[in-house]
Design a binder for this molecule. Structure first.
Ligand code: B12
Ligand code: SF4
Length: 407
């Protein structure tokens, strides 16, 4: 079959993010003829899609919807508007449309209802299931995961998934630090109250064989990517795998610079090993700044580790990003001031140009524990936030406005 892989447009100018979800799908498509277009890179997505349909003449269009909104407060960008534009183009085309992706998988039923042009929706991970759907379109019996047009495949073992194919979307279109992701694990054992990750990818870690990770790094290096980021939930858990992976990465010659998301409980001595293994930047998401907030957010580890781990990361030469929320259960104005104080202290003492603090706002998604608690039974498709209140709201609006102007 001829399959056109389409990354849904973002509808505004953004730093390009490599569509690794589609690269994983391409890796599993075997004998099918596979083509790709990333509509987030073009100025006129509808015209570009029309031209591609004409040029490729596919049997199936597989669209990846990575994000439905940008989860930003107070101004939220709605990515599904531009998705709707390309659905209009597909309305006039006769082949089969399959849709999937991370953002899509949070609200599949709702999106299919809004755009009935989608013939088959996929919830979750598609590299093993998409070929079964294509066989079905070719006459084979329907795979058991498909019911009423929605496929919900089981989460695969990462030993079974093929290597991604990066040739469909050329690296040259994705300049910029960490534009491509490497995945070493799926799922997460932690219970952060706002997080969708467990409902998307499962509540235990599924680990990718280290030799596959190394082969993947070799592939992206050969394709010409100059850096990459590990897109895993928490890079330093589980500890045994983390240590084995670091030791394997240390052996890779000319490894491109890379970054990863870390927990505050990362062993301090391992940060130097990370640096020697090619790591150049790390991100932490303590989210909160008080013990009460930490407990109410269901965070693992300890808040007390935040400053030591950040300090150590800077000491060994890593650029550090730290993410907070403007408000969370148990935290409002007073905690927000403490977050700004932390920001000033970290940037002044640890390096203004190498220590970055981001203060976002919790967007409540269906499937996240906090959403279930505060809005039981609600869909929360249109963005609902855990908002800062009173003075904190005024401060955060001003902060975001200044940040937007500076960008
Ligand atoms: C890593 C990551 C990032 C990194 C990406 C770095 C990089 N170089 O790749 C960074 C930090 C840049 C980032 C940015 C953003 N992210 Co982000 N990100 C993720 C994260 C943690 C992993 C994504 C990933 O790489 N997965 C690995 C690949 C292999 O999996 P995948 O893409 O899901 O693809 C699989 C399936 O979805 C499926 N599939 C995918 N497409 C298709 C298509 C078809 C037809 C089929 C059948 C199947 C299918 O099969 C694939 C293989 O199994 C997810 C959370 C998560 N658990 O998914 C959030 C997530 C995707 N991000 C999210 C958000 C909100 C954002 C931002 C908007 C945040 C912001 N305010 O700026 C930006 C948007 C950037 C952009 N334009 O995409 C949300 C999206 C939810 C939503 N609101 O729609 C998520 C789900 C996290 C959350 N809050 O729940 N992100
Ligand atoms: S926020 Fe990160 S550590 Fe917490 S549950 Fe989600 S993926 Fe796991």
């Amino acid at each position: 079959m001829r399959v056109l892989l389409v990354q849904s447009p973002v509808g505004r100018r953004e730093a390009p993010i490599y569509p690794i979800g589609l690269a994983y799908l391409a890796g599993g498509l075997g004998d099918h003829d596979c083509f790709g277009i990333d509509l987030s890179l073009v100025d006129s997505p509808s015209a570009a899609l029309k031209a591609e349909l004409h040029a490729v003449n596919p049997d199936v269009v597989a669209v990846s919807v990575r994000n439905i909104d940008d989860s930003s407060y107070p101004v939220t960008h709605w990515y599904l508007d531009s998705f709707g534009e390309i659905m209009k183009v597909l309305d006039k085309w006769e082949g089969t449309v399959i849709a999937g992706g991370a953002g899509f998988s949070i609200y599949p039923e709702r999106i299919v209802k809004l755009w009935p042009r989608i013939d088959i929706a996929m919830v979750g991970e598609g590299e093993l299931a998409l070929p079964l759907l294509l066989d079905h379109l070719d006459g084979a019996p329907a795979p058991p995961c498909l019911c009423d047009g929605i496929a919900k495949p089981q989460r695969p073992s990462l030993e079974d998934i093929p290597l991604p194919d990066y040739t469909v979307f050329p690296a040259v279109n994705y300049p910029g630090k960490g534009s491509v992701g490497i995945q070493t694990r799926r799922g997460c054992v932690f219970n952060c109250a706002y997080c969708t990750y467990k409902s998307l990818s499962g509540s235990s870690f599924r680990l990718r064989p280290i030799k596959h990770v190394l082969a993947d790094i070799q592939q992206i290096t050969e394709q010409g990517f100059e850096s990459f980021m590990f897109v895993d939930s928490v890079f330093d858990h589980p500890r045994k795998y983390y240590n084995q992976l670091l030791s394997a990465l240390s052996q890779v010659e000319r490894i491109p610079p890379w970054g990863a998301w870390m927990s505050e409980s990362a062993p301090l001595e391992s940060l130097e090993t990370m640096y020697h293994a090619g790591c150049r930047w790390v991100d932490f998401s303590p989210d909160v700044i008080t013990e009460k907030g930490w407990k109410l957010m269901g965070k693992g580890g300890s808040l007390k580790r935040l400053w030591p781990v950040v300090k150590q990361a800077r000491k060994v030469g890593l650029t550090v990003g730290i993410n907070f929320f403007s408000a969370s259960p148990g935290e409002n104005s007073y905690a927000l001031i403490r977050k700004f104080v932390f920001m000033a202290r970290a940037r002044i003492l640890l390096g203004w140009k190498s220590t970055f603090i981001n203060i976002g706002t919790i967007r409540l998604y269906k499937g996240a524990p906090l959403a279930r608690k505060l809005h039981p039974g609600e869909e929360l498709f249109k963005p609902v936030f855990y908002k800062p209140r009173g003075l904190a709201d005024i401060v955060i609006r001003a902060f975001q406005a200044v940040r937007k102007r500076r960008r």
